[in-house]
Design a protein around this ligand. Structure first.
Ligand code: SF4
Length: 243
């Protein structure tokens, strides 16, 4: 890696970190092994800026770390009581808006929503549960789609678009915002999605799951059982981005 220009540095929670030209604050933080909570961001794809978990203070103003460019000399606060309380509230709203029954979900232990809730010290839903009854699509021979668990992060949309398929889209407004499947039937089995597509494996929660692989890895030996969401970023193994 070439030497960084001396002024490509900012202060993150009182610690000076370097960034590369074009980095967002979240990319710079991840590059420096500093964890900023996020759900809809993934280093393989462009930022979506929708979940707002990565909201930080930049020179005193609130901004999404995934869409805000790193600038020399910026003072960024990413972990204050106020910011973390806001994150916990957002997580609690996400949990009650869908059906996220972790103990019975195949994604438990591999779920970024669950892992981030642990990070933020969420101990309960706080709000009244919606208990939605959205469609469960089992029409695909290899994949299952449970939209009751979808947090509308848009990662499958971006992944499928990058693969030139555009199987997924997000439509509707407000509480009626939904994940949509391309095609006349709107069923996954009639779409062009393959189990080997990145879009089929990118889901950070248990909304898109492979069939016939339930609990192949036991609870206790799963991704976030081995390293928390923060430890994945802050550990020495990360080079240039989150997994
Ligand atoms: S299905 Fe998964 S990847 Fe797609 S928008 Fe919903 S939560 Fe995100």
């Amino acid at each position: 890696m070439s030497a960084l220009p001396i002024d490509n540095k900012l202060m993150l929670d009182g610690i000076e970190i370097a960034f590369e030209p074009g980095d967002t604050i979240l990319e710079a933080a991840t590059r420096a092994h500093r964890y900023i909570p996020h759900l809809c961001w993934h280093p393989e794809f462009g930022a979506h800026g929708s979940c707002r978990l990565c909201t930080v203070k930049v020179n005193g103003r609130s901004a999404a770390a995934c869409t805000t460019r790193a600038t020399p000399g910026a003072e960024v606060q990413s972990h204050t009581d106020e910011l973390d309380a806001g994150r916990k509230t957002l997580l609690q709203m996400l949990f009650v808006e869908g059906n996220h029954f972790c103990p019975s979900c195949e994604k438990s232990g591999n779920c970024l929503l669950q892992a981030t809730a642990y990070e933020m010290g969420m101990e309960g839903p706080h709000f009244e549960e919606f208990y939605p009854d959205r469609p469960l699509d089992a029409s695909h021979p290899e994949l299952l789609l449970d939209t009751n668990r979808c947090i509308l992060c848009g990662l499958c949309v971006r992944a499928s678009h990058a693969e030139g398929k555009d199987v997924f889209a997000i439509g509707g407004h407000g509480l009626k915002t939904r994940l949509l499947i391309a095609g006349a039937s709107g069923r996954l089995g009639d779409s062009g999605l393959s189990a080997s597509d990145r879009a089929a494996s990118i889901c950070p929660v248990g909304a898109i799951l492979p069939k016939r692989r339930g609990f192949a890895v036991p609870i206790g030996a799963r991704r976030y059982d081995l390293a928390s969401a923060a430890e994945e970023i802050e550990g020495p193994a990360v080079e240039g981005g989150a997994p």
